[in-house]
Design a protein around this ligand. Sequence first.
Ligand code: SAM
Ligand code: CA
Length: 219
Amino acid sequence: MSNRSLNLDDTLYQYLLDHSLREHPAQLGLREATRSHQAAGMQISPEQGQFMAMLVKLLGVRRAIEIGVFTGYSALSVALALPDDGYLLACDISDDYTRIGKPFWHDAGISHKIDLQLAPALDTLDQRLGAGEAGQYDFAFIDADKVSYDAYYERCLQLLRPGGLIAIDNVLWSGAVVQPSQEPDTQALQALNRKLHADTRIDLSMLPLGDGLTMARKR
Ligand code: SAM
Ligand code: CA
């Protein structure tokens, strides 16, 4: 895993950041607070956060879902792009990780948009479906345990409105997806990539951004 885009040398990557990155001070602060964490490689890259914020604005997203919060950088990026009355259902199981981000959410003035649910994401999503929230979301970002990605995708497809977008992270898995593998995460990503390619319920685009980002637009 990597928290920068694949296949750019250091010089070109720095050029990309120097000529495009626009971070809120709280985003920079949260990246710095996460840098020394032993799991810091799980954080999305800043250019990916900015791209997802662009998608949120282009789509006019009002209600979003995030599955896999970690220290909260992607949630902060999406929440900053939501309107002031926007809503982000943020799913994670770790208080230790997510509490690192909360002061930065507060400093950015977007805490009121983030509904952090600390529970297995499948339980949270099924509970929302049971509560009649199918079709009520505009955007979802899937970035938690890879073996559950397919289950998250199926739930998100129900929770999104037609025209809504699911962004799925790490679909290139540092390149491991091209080789046969016995490793469960790699196998799960390979199976999902195959399934989505043939899935007529969505429009599809797989981008070599970060560690590979699939965009699935619900038809
Ligand atoms: N999107 C985050 C960011 O940009 O910083 C990175 C998310 S990290 C790759 C994956 C997260 O998924 C971890 O914080 C982990 O605690 C969470 N997670 C793992 N299994 C989960 C589950 N069953 N339900 C909800 N969250 C889970
Ligand atoms: Ca990821």
